[in-house]
Structure formats: C-alpha cells, structure tokens
Design a protein around this ligand. Structure first.
Ligand code: PMP
Length: 282
C-alpha cells in the first residue's frame, strides 16, 4: 500500500498527474526514514526537517506533524522486514506549467515503504572508497529537495570509478558533503564535520553522531576541511540514514590512515547501533 494525498491505496492504483510540478520542475521536497523491525528511527527529526524544507520553499504542508507521523506509522504497521525505508515526497502539486507558484494548487503528498538493506559486515569492516568531485550545486543544499541531478551524476561517477560515494569539493570552502551523506574526519583525536550551512544537508545521522561524540567527551570542531586536510586525516567516515556510520578508507585513490576503519569511527558506529537498539529494539 502507498499513501497518496490522504488515501492508502495499492501501488498500482497510485497515479500522479503529468502536470505535477515535482515531475516537471523539481518543485518538491522529500525525506527517507529508516525503520528497524518496523520501528522508524528518529521519525520526529525527519518530520521536523520535512517541515523546514517545506518552509524554505514556501510550501504549506496540508497535514500537521502528528498527523503525518500517524500516516507513517499506519504505513509501516504490517511491515515485518528487519530494515525498511519510508520515502516521503511532497511537491507543490499539479497545474499548467508556469515557473511561479500557481494560485490554485494543492500539494501532492506521497509516502511508501520499501525493503531496506543493511551495509554488509565486510563493507563495515573494510570501509569504502570515495572520490572527490567539484561541487556543481548552488546554495540551497540545506533543503532536502528532489532536485538531485548533481547528486545523481556524482553517484554515477563514483559507481563508474568503483567507489561507494562521491564527495563534493566547493571552491574556497572545502569538501562539504557526500552525494547522499555527511562527512566526518578525525585528526589528532579531534572529530570534525562541516557546520550547518547552505552547502550541506543537516543530516539526522550527523546530529546523532555529534550527540554520541559529546557523550563520549570527544573534542569536536565544526569546520569544513580541505581536500589535503581530509587526505591526511587519521580517519574519515560518512553518515547517512541508510549507511549509518561508514568508514572511508580510500579517498581520491589514497589510503586514509592505515587503510582500515579507525578506532573512533568504529566506536561511533557501534554507539550508533546501540542508540538504534535502544530506540527501535533491534
Ligand atoms: N547529505 C545529502 C546530500 C544527503 O542526500 C543525505 C542523505 N539524506 C545526507 C547528507 C545525510 O542525511 P541523513 O543522515 O539525514 O540521512
């Protein structure tokens, strides 16, 4: 079943207009929420970010936070998979194509659940390879919008290079984030990640990791690192809803540290797992 505009219907009956502005103009936002054994992790944080994205594009959501959470919970009520992902997309709606906001328009709200996949134990143990590419995006990266063309091209470039992620390097700023992840580095025992800015998504996983680091008493600096600073870091890892905390052991063709996930990365990954277990029971 999928949720479309207030109704729970079979996927085969769920249709969106060809005039939908999400389809024609990329005028929409989204969220991805991981569910562990049918329990959504940090649902409140994801819904809050959806509201922030909506506000940033001046779109008024037709449901309140609690109502939306109720729909999500109904959608996953029968899910028995260990890992599942809820996808929520809200667009400004369907109307004859003009760039400015049409006067009479109702948002399209879609939600569905798909089977999620845990990162394999071997990948967790070895870490992944990442490439670095120029950031061709603008300054709305804090909005989780469906305009993902640069991210799609970045991930394709990574896939063609046999890498698991592409990191965006922005001129004069540093390496800001991954195509679908935030970046962290450890240098001389200090954890760093970029500050909240128009160049990065405020990741829900990033926020959890910062809280876990604080609880451990780990020194943290919110700063973008240059390519050179990242390449000479002791540890580099990425965070995201689906990848959780995942070491980057080869970056731009160079080994990070000794080429294996470092102790701080592994500790934060294990703390994150414990947090999921506490909150979702898996
Ligand atoms: N940055 C970008 C560009 C992303 O697409 C994602 C994945 N949603 C993230 C960061 C990580 O965010 P989160 O931890 O909330 O999944």
């Amino acid at each position: 079943m999928v949720f479309l505009n207030g109704q729970f219907i079979p996927e085969k009956q769920a249709f969106v207009s060809i005039c939908d502005r999400g389809f024609q103009l990329g005028d929409g936002i989204y969220e991805v929420i991981r569910c562990y054994q049918g329990r959504p992790f940090r649902l409140g944080d994801h819904i809050e970010r959806l509201f922030q994205s909506a506000q940033a594009i001046r779109l008024e959501l037709p449901y309140g936070r609690d109502e939306l959470a109720g729909f999500v919970n109904r959608l996953i009520a029968d899910v028995t998979w260990d890992y599942a992902d809820i996808y929520i997309q809200v667009t400004r709606g369907g109307a004859p194509r003009v760039h400015e906001f049409p006067a009479q328009i109702h948002p399209t709200v879609l939600m569905y659940v798909s089977r999620g996949q845990a990162v394999s134990p071997i990948t967790l143990e070895q870490g992944i390879e990442a490439i670095i590419i120029p950031d061709t995006r603008g300054t709305l990266c804090n909005i989780k919008s469906v305009n993902l063309l640069p991210n799609v091209l970045a991930r394709q470039a990574a896939a063609e290079a046999g890498a698991g992620e592409a990191l965006f390097e922005r001129e004069g700023i540093g390496v800001v984030e991954g195509a679908a992840s935030n970046i962290f580095a450890v240098r001389k025992g200090v954890l760093s990640t970029g500050p909240l800015s128009p160049y990065t998504l405020p990741g829900v996983t990033r926020d959890c990791v910062l809280q876990l680091a604080k609880a451990q008493g780990l020194p943290v600096e919110l700063e973008f690192l240059s390519r050179e600073e990242l390449l000479t870091a002791d540890e580099v890892f990425i965070t995201s809803t689906s990848k959780e905390v995942l070491a980057v052991t080869i970056l731009a063709g160079q080994m990070i540290g000794d080429g294996r996930p470092g102790p701080i990365t592994l500790k934060l990954a294990s703390d994150y797992r414990s947090l999921v277990k506490r909150e979702c029971g898996i």
